[in-house]
Design a protein around this ligand. Structure first.
Ligand code: URA
Length: 439
């Protein structure tokens, strides 16, 4: 077999065999197939697509390019959640300890922010001392002690995906449903959980700009997981406006602490509770959403979820005084209100523009090697449907640099639309998708 024969076959729109896919991915992982041939195949897949069988074969090949976590030491049901990414999405920080406090083991390998979407690891690293690069053994020990652990993907887990994702990032081949599905699912399946709940976001601040593409991505990932015997559920959720009221790393940790103490914003709590409840259903710890939600609410109200979060932070080496007193977290030198320029109802808070403003402030990265500033970002973000008067703050900019504040404002100028008409209410969760059904 030669790599170019496989590239040509996909270029001409034919389906590849499982053996061909495995051979190509193994060759890429062991460096016998160079980046330029992998890029050509990725572009052919991007343009020609893949059959469900090919996508499963690609996922399996990438998953088996590294170790499969041995989760046999964990006695609880093991369920993870994955979000396709968005602005202000701090759900994982609340959900992992919340679900863990109900008796589920939550092994969560998360990513860093890239492009406009924020990254869970960057948020956690704004807590001084929190380590995100532990070994798999340490990861499992933490889960055993407090029910959950959130850290980064290791070099030994789905390494072919790590390499391919970096290549796709620079070859215009990221937004492909087969490639995204195989990339996400190869890592998640290597975690060796019993089930997975997906938060597939659609809208201006998401990879998938419309609901149809988000639905296609969700069903593709569900089919892959289901064919490998995993319990799977996906929610299609709104990412047209940021989630919650903050975007930026330390600011999102503060919002997380508020949420775990019972004062999270309504949209953030609704999505967190819905995803968490689906995890309890997959774990077999509740029979229906009402029972699952009641269990979760009692763990929030009793403070058990917050205790699990604090325990996780301590076990990861984080300085707990920053959680006991979040005002100690890194904070920016300049706070600047961004005012409404007319009276009326908020019709749009464009998540993409808020995300871009956060990047120029230094809360996100333009490329993988860039450092981020944990202190900067945006808080107090209004929501669609809010009624404002001219001059009211639409949000508060946290900045460490006056030039960057001005640059951020140029994006914020495009973020809002205000009108005297009342807007349609936002539908936060469009669908719940399970294997072979769509409710
Ligand atoms: N996240 C991933 O892990 N992979 C993709 O391809 C896109 C988002």
């Amino acid at each position: 077999m030669l790599p170019q024969w496989i590239i040509e076959k996909k270029r001409d729109g034919e389906a590849l065999t499982k053996k061909e896919i495995q051979w190509f991915i193994n060759g890429y992982a062991d460096n016998s197939i160079p980046d330029y041939q992998m890029s050509a195949l990725a572009m052919a897949i991007f343009l020609r697509g893949m059959t469900p069988g090919e996508i499963t074969a690609l996922t399996e090949a990438m998953m088996h390019s590294g170790e499969i976590v041995d989760t046999s030491s964990l006695s609880a049901p093991i369920i993870d959640k994955h979000s396709t990414g968005g602005i202000g999405d701090k759900v994982s920080l609340i959900l992992a300890p919340l679900v863990a406090s109900c008796g589920v083991a939550v092994p969560m390998l998360s990513g860093r922010g890239l492009g406009i979407t924020g990254g869970t690891l960057d948020k956690l690293e704004s807590i001084p001392g929190y380590k995100t690069n532990l070994s798999i053994t340490e990861f499992l020990e933490i889960i055993d002690k407090c029910g959950c652990s959130i850290m980064g993907q290791t070099d030994t887990l789905a390494p072919a995906d790590k390499k391919l994702y970096a290549l796709r990032d620079v070859t215009g081949t990221v937004p492909s449903i087969p490639l995204i599905s195989a990339s996400i699912m190869s890592k998640k399946l290597a975690e060796n959980t019993h089930g997975l709940v997906l938060d597939v976001k659609w809208g201006k601040g998401a990879f998938m700009k419309n609901v149809e593409d988000a639905r296609k991505l969700a069903t593709t990932m569900i089919d892959i997981g289901n064919s490998m015997g995993k319990g799977m559920t996906a929610l299609l959720t709104d990412m047209n406006q940021p989630l919650g009221k903050t975007a930026g790393n330390a600011l999102e940790v503060i919002e997380t602490v508020d949420a775990l103490q019972g004062s999270g914003p309504a949209d953030l709590m609704k999505i967190t509770m819905a995803l968490s409840a689906e995890m309890l259903l997959l774990a077999g710890l509740a029979n229906d959403m009402t029972a699952a939600t009641a269990q979760l609410q009692s763990k929030l109200d009793s403070g058990h979820a917050f205790e699990a979060f604090k325990k996780m932070v301590i076990l990861h080496g984080g300085d707990i005084s920053y959680i006991d007193n979040p005002s100690k977290l890194p904070s920016a030198a300049n706070l600047v209100h961004y005012p409404a320029n007319e009276n009326g109802f908020i019709h749009e808070v464009n998540a993409e523009m808020i995300g871009r403003a956060c990047i120029v402030l230094g809360a996100g990265r333009k490329n993988v090697d860039e450092n981020i500033d944990p202190a900067v970002g945006i808080s107090g973000i209004v929501k669609t449907g809010d009624n404002v008067s001219k001059g009211d703050p639409l949000l508060l900019i946290h900045s460490n640099n006056a030039r960057k504040t001005e640059e951020a404002k140029s994006f914020l100028d495009k973020a809002f639309s205000i009108s005297t008409e009342t807007p349609e209410p936002t539908v936060l969760i469009i669908s719940t998708i399970k294997p072979n059904e769509d409710k």
